[in-house]
Design a protein. Structure first.
Length: 219
């Protein structure tokens, strides 16, 4: 198994230790992918003396195989950014998946994204000319991170860094093609699920996420 983390807070602190070049760097902000990336970003931001916020993302999971993402959505200052893995979707069509069923997934996830956009603070940020450090608790497929990258670039970020405690080799390679830098503390050869690399990996609630984001505006 290799490297393991106690929880997302410890993972954030260890991530910060691996990014000393970002400490007190001007025009830099850490953005946690909601929900799981927010506590990681919050902990890392404290150690790096940087502000933090969040990027709202939703995975588009294949009907009947929800862990397999055929795309993702991200919120970008009032608009929704969408990415789709068209080759994967077309392969699924050959196994009985219909375009209508994929459309239904997107409608549902878009609705959830908009609901969170009305609730979460710290998501509509001025990123013009800034370095956006996108933080998640791990990368399995990289779909939501790709959407987040597109979202912050659309919001004007000049430099985009993806920083995670653990990543699959495939996801790291995929994100490296769209980011200026990818930082992963642990990239094992065998990767099953992000949660397998944590001792405690509870699901965060909206209240948990909002509480952390409200704290971001405090000294």
């Amino acid at each position: 198994m290799g490297m393991r983390f106690k929880d997302r807070t410890e993972a954030g602190r260890r991530l910060a230790a691996g990014l000393p070049q970002l400490r007190e760097r001007p025009d830099t902000i850490l953005l946690g992918l909601a929900r799981g990336g927010i506590p990681v970003a919050a902990a890392a931001a404290v150690d790096l003396c940087q502000p933090y916020g969040a990027v709202l993302v939703r995975k588009l999971g294949m009907p009947g195989r929800e862990e397999t993402a055929f795309g993702a959505l991200a919120w970008s200052n009032g608009r929704v950014v969408r990415i789709v893995n068209r080759p994967l979707a077309e392969r699924m069509f050959q196994h009985g998946i219909t375009q209508e069923s994929l459309d239904a997934v997107e409608v549902r996830e878009r609705g959830e994204l908009l609901r969170r956009a009305r609730t979460y603070p710290g998501i509509n940020l001025n990123l013009e000319g800034k370095t956006a450090v996108l933080v998640d608790d791990g990368l399995a497929t990289g779909a939501t991170m790709r959407a987040a990258v597109e979202g912050v670039r659309a919001a004007g970020a000049a430099t985009v860094i993806a920083a995670v405690p653990v990543s699959s080799l495939e996801a790291q390679a995929s994100i490296a093609r769209v980011c200026d830098l990818v930082m992963s503390l642990h990239t094992p050869g065998r990767f099953n699920a992000v949660g397998a690399f944590y001792e405690h990996f509870e699901q965060l609630t909206d209240d948990d996420a909002v509480r952390l984001l409200e704290r971001a505006g405090q000294p």
